[in-house]
Design a binder for this molecule. Structure first.
Ligand SMILES: Nc1ncnc2c1ncn2[C@@H]1O[C@H](COP(=O)(O)OP(=O)(O)OP(=O)(O)O)[C@@H](O)[C@H]1O
Length: 688
C-alpha cells in the first residue's frame, strides 16, 4: 500500500505530518486507486466502497488539495448529526490554516460569514436553502463533495440532493464533484451521470463475516456454498461471549418499543462488564426526566442503551460518545440509526430484519442490511466484524440467508419525478432566475440523475406544475411574483404557501388553535398518528369545534387525516400553554425527541405563516409572531418578555412571573427575590 510520504508533492509535508499524527502511514487500496485515477487533478470521482474503508479521507485529501490551490469546498451530508461529526473531523486541518465552517441552522439564514471559509460542511437541504437566499459564496465553489450520494434513492431527501448538484454545476460550470457512496450495484450510473472516474471496491480494513442465526446454529456462505455451524442456544449467550472477549454489540430492532425492552433485558447481562456509568446516566436525565429518559438512564447504569428518533439530541450524543468509549457494551437501535452516525461494533445483530413502514411491517431492503452490517468491526480495534441476522427456524434462516447474505443491494433510483418534489424545486428554479422559460426548465431537469435514468422527459408534469404555480399567484410568465419568491425563500412546499394564503384571504380573525391547526394542514408538518388510546380526541373535538375553521364530516375520506392534524394541533396547543413536557409525551404517546422535532417544525411553519401574513399586510401577522415565539419557548403570551432573556426557559419564567417579576426591569428591581427563585448564578448570567 502506498506510503503517505508520496502525497507530499501534491499536498505538502505539513499535511503528511498531520496524517501521520492520526496514525495514517499507508493509503488503503481504494485510496491508492483514487490517487491513481486523478484524486489530485480536476477529475470528478465517485467512490463506492464499504463503510469505514476510508471514503472520507479521500474527500479530505481532495479538499486540502483544492484549498492549497486557492479553491473553496462544500461538503454536503444528509443529516445534521453527520454534519456535526464531519465538522469535528475536519477541524484538525485548521492547524495548517484551513478555515472550516458549518451551516445547518434554520432554513432562512444567509450565513454570509461562511464566505471566508475554505471548507463548509452542510446538509443538502441547508445548501439548497442558502442558494434560495442568494448566499453569494455558493457561486464560487471549486469542489463539491457529496457524502452518502446513494441517498439520492431516499423518497424524502433524494430529490433535493439531485437538484442541488445540478444547480451548483450550473452556477459553477467548472465545479469539480467527488461523490462518496455505499457499495451500490449502479455506482457506474452515478459515475456516468457525473462524468466521473469510478472507484468501486469491496475492500475493508476489518474483514466482515455475515451469518444468519437460528437457535443452536449459524448459517454462512463460504465460497458460494451455504454452511451451517454449531452456535449458542440463544442470542443473549452469543452477546455475552462477545462481551467476554472485550467486544461490543450493536443490536437493531424493528420498533422503538422493542428496542427499549431489549435494552432493558440485555442490561441484565451487561451489568457484570460495566464500570461506573453514573455520569452518563445523569447526563441523559439533564434535559428531561420523563419515563423514557429514566428507563434509558437505568439501562446506561448497567451498560446497555437504546437509540431511536425519540431521544433528545443531547441524549443521543451522550449515548454515542459512551458507546465509542466502550462504556456502553450493547446499544439497541432502530433502523433509523443505520443511515446516521458511525458507531462500529465487533458484532452487529439484527434481532429483526423487518421495519415498520407507513403502517406495515416489511422486510428491510438489502442495502439497509448492508448499511447496518457494515458497522461490524471497529477499524484498528477488532480483527474482524460479524453481522448476524436472527431468525426462529431453519427454513426462515435459509430464506433470509438467500436474500441478505447472497443478495445484491437494490439499485439507486431517482425519486425526483414526484409532483411534490417537482413543485418544490420548479418554484425555486424560477425564483432563483435559473429558469425563465419552459425550455430552461426542461434543460435544467435534463441534467438531473432522473433524466439520466429515464428516457421520457418530465415535460407533461412540468407544464401542469407551471400552471398550478401561476394559479397560486407564485409566478407570472416564468418570473417569480414577490409572493412566489417569499415562499421559495421560506423553504416550504408551495402548496403550504397556497394553503396559508387561501386561509388568510377567508378569515380576518383565527383562534390560537385554528392557527396551529392551519400549520398542521400543510404537507410540511409531521403529524402524530392516532393510537387505540386516543378515543378522547373526538370528545375534545366536540368541545373545541367552534374554534376551528375547517372540520370535515366524519364520513368523508379525509376525516382520519383530519384527526391526525387535530391531534398534532392539540399537542402544540398544550405545549404553548405550558403543559409539562412529560405529561404531553404521556398524553400523546410520543417521546421527548418527537416533541422537540414537532415543535421545531411548527415554529418554522408559524414563522412562514407570519411572513406570508406580513406580505399580505394581514392583521394576523402580529398574532402569528406571538405564536411563533410561544412555540419556540412553550409559554403563554404573558411570559414572552421573560423568555427572551438568556438562560430563562419556560420553567424559570413561570416562577419569576408568579412572583410578580414580569420583565427585565422587574428582575433588576427585585434581584433578591429572583435570586431566591432561580439562583444568583443564573441571575448573574442574565444580567451580564
Ligand atoms: N489509510 C488509512 N490508514 C489508517 N487509518 C485510516 C486510513 N484511512 C482512514 N483511516 C481511519 O479509518 C477511519 C474510517 O475512515 P473514514 O471515515 O475515511 O472511512 P469512511 O469510509 O468515510 O467511514 P464512514 O463510511 O463511516 O464515514 C477513520 O478513523 C480514519 O481516520
Amino acid at each position: 500500500m502506498m506510503n503517505v510520504d508520496a502525497l507530499s508533492d501534491h499536498l505538502s509535508k505539513y499535511v503528511v505530518d498531520i496524517l501521520k499524527k492520526r496514525g495514517i502511514e499507508r493509503l488503503y487500496p481504494p485510496q491508492e486507486e483514487a490517487v491513481r485515477k486523478g484524486l489530485f487533478s480536476n477529475k470528478n470521482l465517485v467512490v463506492a466502497i464499504p463503510t469505514a474503508s476510508g471514503k472520507t479521507l479521500i474527500a479530505e485529501l481532495a479538499m486540502i488539495y483544492e484549498v492549497i490551490r486557492g479553491g473553496k469546498c462544500l461538503y454536503t451530508v444528509p443529516l445534521r448529526a453527520l454534519a456535526g461529526e464531519k465538522f469535528e473531523e475536519f477541524s484538525k486541518w485548521e492547524e495548517i490554516g484551513v478555515k472550516i465552517g458549518i451551516s445547518t441552522g434554520d432554513y432562512e439564514s444567509r450565513d454570509e460569514w461562511l464566505g471566508e471559509c475554505d471548507i463548509v460542511v452542510t446538509t443538502s437541504e441547508k445548501a439548497d436553502s442558502l442558494l434560495r437566499n442568494e448566499a453569494s459564496w455558493l457561486r464560487n465553489l471549486s469542489l463539491l463533495v457529496v457524502d452518502e450520494i446513494h441517498l439520492i434513492d431516499s423518497a424524502k431527501r433524494g430529490a433535493t440532493l439531485e437538484v442541488l448538484i445540478a444547480k451548483l454545476k450550473k452556477l459553477n460550470p467548472n465545479l469539480r464533484i467527488i461523490a462518496l457512496s455505499a457499495t451500490i450495484p449502479n455506482a457506474d450510473e452515478i459515475a456516468e451521470w457525473l462524468n466521473a472516474e469510478l472507484i468501486k471496491s469491496e475492500w475493508r480494513p476489518t474483514p466482515l463475516y455475515e451469518y444468519v442465526f437460528y437457535p443452536g446454529r449459524l448459517l454462512k456462505f463460504e465460497n458460494g456454498f451455504l454452511r451451517e455451524v454449531k452456535a449458542e442456544s440463544s442470542i443473549e449467550r452469543l452477546i455475552v461471549r462477545t462481551l467476554e472477549e472485550g467486544g461490543q454489540v450493536l443490536v437493531f430492532e424493528s420498533t422503538r418499543r422493542n428496542a427499549e425492552s431489549y435494552a432493558v433485558k440485555i442490561s441484565g447481562y451487561t451489568k457484570e462488564f460495566v464500570e461506573d456509568n453514573s455520569d452518563v446516566a445523569e447526563k441523559v436525565l439533564e434535559e428531561n426526566e420523563g419515563e423514557m429518559s429514566r428507563k434509558l438512564s437505568e439501562c446506561v447504569k448497567l451498560g446497555s442503551a437504546f437509540h431511536h428518533a425519540g431521544l433528545l439530541n443531547s441524549q443521543r450524543v451522550a449515548i454515542e460518545k459512551a458507546f465509542r468509549e466502550g462504556r456502553i457494551k450493547v446499544l439497541v437501535a432502530t433502523p433509523t440509526l443505520a443511515a446516521g452516525v458511525n458507531l462500529p461494533a465487533r458484532r452487529v445483530i439484527l434481532k429483526s430484519y423487518r421495519r415498520y413502514d407507513s403502517g406495515a411491517y416489511a422486510p428491510i431492503m438489502v442495502s439497509e442490511y448492508k448499511q447496518m452490517a457494515g458497522r461490524a468491526g471497529r477499524p484498528g480495534l477488532d480483527e474482524y466484524g460479524e453481522a448476524i441476522i436472527v431468525t426462529k427456524t431453519r427454513d426462515e434462516a435459509l430464506k433470509v440467508a438467500e436474500r441478505y447474505l447472497a443478495g445484491e443491494p437494490e439499485k439507486v433510483i431517482s425519486k425526483l419525478g414526484s409532483e411534490t418534489h417537482l413543485r418544490f424545486h420548479t418554484l425555486s428554479l424560477i425564483s432563483e432566475g435559473i429558469a425563465s422559460s419552459f425550455e430552461d426548465l426542461l434543460d435544467f431537469y435534463s441534467t438531473t440523475f432522473f433524466a439520466y435514468q429515464n428516457e421520457f422527459t418530465l415535460e407533461w408534469e412540468i407544464r401542469r406544475i407551471v400552471l398550478q404555480l401561476e394559479k397560486w399567484g407564485m409566478i407570472v410568465e416564468y418570473a417569480p411574483t414577490s409572493f412566489g419568491k417569499l415562499v421559495s425563500k421560506l423553504y416550504i412546499d408551495p402548496l403550504s404557501g397556497f394553503i396559508f394564503k387561501e386561509e388568510l384571504s377567508k378569515f380576518d380573525e383565527l383562534s390560537d388553535l385554528a392557527m396551529l391547526h392551519l400549520i398542521c394542514r400543510t404537507p410540511d408538518m409531521e403529524l402524530l398518528s392516532i393510537r387505540k388510546a386516543d378515543g378522547w380526541i373526538e370528545n375534545e373535538l366536540e368541545n373545541l369545534r367552534e374554534e376551528l375553521t375547517y372540520y370535515p364530516s366524519i364520513y368523508s375520506a379525509e376525516y382520519d387525516f383530519f384527526l391526525r392534524e387535530f391531534k398534532t394541533a392539540l399537542c402544540l396547543y398544550d405545549w404553548i400553554n405550558e403543559r409539562d413536557e412529560d405529561i404531553i409525551c404521556e398524553k400523546y404517546g410520543i417521546a421527548p425527541g418527537d416533541l422537540r422535532r414537532i415543535v421545531e417544525t411548527a415554529e418554522w411553519l408559524m414563522h412562514s405563516l407570519r411572513r406570508i401574513a406580513e406580505h399580505l399586510s394581514h392583521n394576523l401577522a402580529s398574532k402569528a409572531l406571538k405564536l411563533e415565539m410561544r412555540l419556540k419557548y412553550g409559554v403563554k403570551e404573558e411570559l414572552l418578555d421573560l423568555v427572551k432573556l438568556k438562560n430563562v426557559g419556560r420553567k424559570r419564567a413561570r416562577k419569576l412571573y408568579n412572583a410578580g417579576i414580569r420583565n427585565l426591569e422587574d428582575l433588576i428591581q427585585n434581584r433578591k427575590i429572583a435570586e431566591k427563585l432561580i439562583g444568583s448564578r443564573i441571575v448573574e448570567k442574565i444580567l451580564s
